[in-house]
Design a protein around this ligand. Sequence first.
Ligand code: AMO
Length: 434
Amino acid sequence: MTSIRDSGNISKEDGTVTVKGWVQDIRNLGGISFLTLRDRHGTIQITMPKKKIDPELFESLTKLSRESAVAVTGEVKESNQTALGVELIPSSFELYNEAATPLPLGVIDKVNAEMDTRLNNRFMDLRKPEVRAVFEIRSMAIELISEAMIKNGFVNVSTPKIVASGAEGGATLFSVDYFGKQAYLAQSPQLYKQMLMSSGLDKVFEIGPAFRAEHSNTNRHVTEFASFDGEMAWIEKEEDVMAMIEEIVDHVLVQLKERGKEHLDILGKDVVVPKRPYPVLTYTECLRMVVDMGLPLKNGDDLGTEGEKLVGDVMAEKGNELYFIAEYPEEAKPFYIMEKEGTDLSFSFDLDYKGQEISSGGQREHRYPELLKRIEKKGLDPKDFDQYLDAFKYGMPPHGGWGMGVDRLVSKILDLPNVREAILFPRDMSRLTP
Ligand code: AMO
């Protein structure tokens, strides 16, 4: 475990040490005063015996406001009174920025502030070790995803976020005035990652922003999320895609458990790595299950928050945190998903984690005439997709892929009650700042 001792903010010169950080707390006992200084890695006690240090220095340090940014220079002494085993006896200090009072949010206060107050003052909220740890884990998760994808031969790509047509349904499109032309914010890289399957880059992935004008205020929907998309060509069946996503998620969980220990400890969390292969349920099975439990859903309906939760409860009892739900009715899935011939089903799946969808994907329709038919069946105009469709006219290989919400993945790994907890500056219907 690292501590403030390992911090780059500690420097040694001429036997003295300089520690940079925030003033977390000051306790003035009269004859002696203690200042707790905190940085990203931990805290150190600055001990000020009144008789032994310069009176002016004692005075200035003791009256610093909480959360001021300072550098304190002094001598390090062994101490059996502090958790770190050392304390710093100051000889000088530099005040970088004095914190105004009162603080908009307490950093070490036991009282839990409202989510809105926390998000409005996110810079301060993030000074709490347990909030910062979420983003250390998120950073690691993204690194691990990239690591696993590259190991599996995927190319990291970036596709446009200002686009001319949506792929995931008109209801959640954000409009943009693009020099007088109608444009939208990309809901997903769907059309681009598929077009790339017709290029030499036959395995691609992207981790980038995706935008959805979600009109619902739930704990799992935001209007801007981080989407981890994968697409792979030359597949035989949708199970090839499911096996790949499983491998990636497993890598993230196994490695996070090990490499993320320091941050997981702060959060009091362990990562449970589920056995592979992950169970596969069918949509029909899940629908029957939730209808039997009293949800008024009919064939083709989205299982929704409640339905997913009920299935999650049943799976949790069997010890399964991660599971696929496959064989969705084709009518419930977008135009680019391949139909299962002779049925009303499709080659599509969701990956659910602890009762919540974190990813969906499937095999795509790569045959041009069939794709045209699906676009028309969904009431869309092929003209809106002409350049996407061009990529299907000249040798498009069979392919499939998935999109995964990184924010949802992180919030589920850490059992966070709201996806916003895993987003630095969340965007939703009522939040456009900070
Ligand atoms: P879908 O629309 O299911 O599929 O989205 C994929 C995953 O993205 C996440 N997600 C969201 N997370 C937070 N807030 C939202 N509003 C939100 N919307 C979606 C979820 C979801 O499982 N193109 C397809 C994927 C594919 O087939 O490759 C797509 O976008 O975790």
